[in-house]
Design a protein around this ligand. Structure first.
Ligand code: UT7
Length: 329
């Protein structure tokens, strides 16, 4: 009997309608389109004016079930990668299952910041590969606008809101997730974190007054680690799987900064045409970036294409997934 692999058999994104352009931002904080574009590659981002992360998930999952023809009652497991859950508890996964009527599913939220989708993909794939489950949904979502200080020009220009959802199903042709390398270094937490609202510093008058419920990022430090580690792990997964640059059809990189994406592609020896980039229109949606890239590029993907997904983010967390695309759309 051939080994079961876990293949992505459908992908769907959802971004809020409201567009916040660089020019609009420059009316709120001391910044400008030239600085943002040249330092990051971002031109605009989406902002969710009403509702929560689970609402973006619900839209993406609705579309995913529709396009794949799968019944909500057939979903076994829903993993939601996010740093902006609706509540500390219950999990956003619980809420999405309720909103969509996935009554036979269970699920959980996974915190790995920008690496959330690849952590979720690797984790979800295990349930398929063992034969235990037939339909797993992995979601990457973040409503970053809920934890961003729009008075802080070093963070508010970068982040945006968005969501993507992937359906994982068993595959007997050897397609789907081939390998993954996941890494973490908790000592990096001082450089990128949400300081308050957890058990260490519960919400109080002081934490609110000191802006501790907004993302704290030391951009330069994070950049240094991101550029090295994302490039290294992408090269490492190629080496480990004997992939040359010619063998890789697509790099699907976390969309944090165009300069980090370019450094990763260069290290892998890939030309620009093989690199998915949509940072210009969505900014950094944290766990949302990778599934949003797959959604945007879905029509260009062919069955059997070799994809390397890679990410770096808060934690620090980082890693790469080697995936064979499983369908033509
Ligand atoms: O996704 C999770 C992981 N996160 C990342 O990977 C982000 C990694 N970091 C970065 O992408 C970059 O560090 C940033 C885009 C955040 C910042 O770019 P940078 O080239 O590292 O800029 P910088 O922080 O060194 O700042 C350079 C200058 C400073 O002015 P001075 O001190 O040189 O006078 C900043 O005050 O740019 C200034 N600056 C701005 N100017 C206009 C910082 N933010 C802005 C802004 N507009 N929005």
């Amino acid at each position: 009997m051939s080994k079961i692999s876990a293949a992505i058999t459908g992908i769907q994104g959802h971004v809020p309608d409201f567009v916040l352009t660089n020019d609009e931002l420059s009316k709120i904080v001391d910044t400008n389109d030239e600085w943002i574009t040249s330092r990051t590659g971002i031109k605009e981002r989406r902002i969710q004016k009403e509702g929560a992360s689970s609402d973006m998930c619900a839209e993406a999952v609705k579309g995913l079930l529709e396009k794949t023809g799968v019944d909500a009652m057939d979903i076994d497991l829903v993993i939601v990668a996010t740093v902006t859950p609706d509540y500390p508890f219950p999990s956003t996964s619980n809420i999405v299952c309720d909103k969509i009527g996935m009554k036979n599913a269970w699920g959980y939220d996974l915190i790995a910041a920008c690496s959330g989708f690849i952590y979720g993909l690797a984790t979800g794939a295990q349930f398929i590969e063992t034969g235990r489950y037939k339909k797993v949904i992995v979601i990457g979502v973040d409503k970053m606008s809920s934890i961003i200080n729009y008075k802080d020009r070093t963070t508010c220009v970068i982040f945006g809101d968005g969501c993507g959802a992937a359906l994982l199903e068993p595959n007997n042709e050897g397609l789907g997730v081939q390998d993954f390398i996941l890494k973490a270094d908790g000592s990096g937490r001082k450089h990128l974190l949400l300081p308050a609202g957890g058990s260490l510093h519960p919400a109080s008058k002081d934490t609110v007054e000191e802006d501790k419920h907004f993302v704290h990022q030391e951009g330069k430090q994070v950049f240094k680690f991101a550029v090295t580690n994302m490039a290294d792990v992408s090269a490492e997964i190629m080496d480990k799987n004997n992939l040359t640059a010619d063998d890789v059809d697509w790099l699907v990189p976390h969309q944090a900064n165009l300069r980090i994406i370019d450094a990763t592609a260069n290290r892998m020896g890939l030309p620009k045409e093989k690199v998915m980039v949509n940072i210009q229109k969505y900014g950094n949606t944290t766990a949302g970036t990778l599934p949003l890239c797959l959604w945007d590029y879905e029509k260009q993907l062919k069955k059997g294409d070799n994809l390397v997904l890679s990410a770096f983010g808060g934690g620090f967390t980082w890693g790469a997934v080697y995936l064979k695309w499983a369908y033509n759309s």
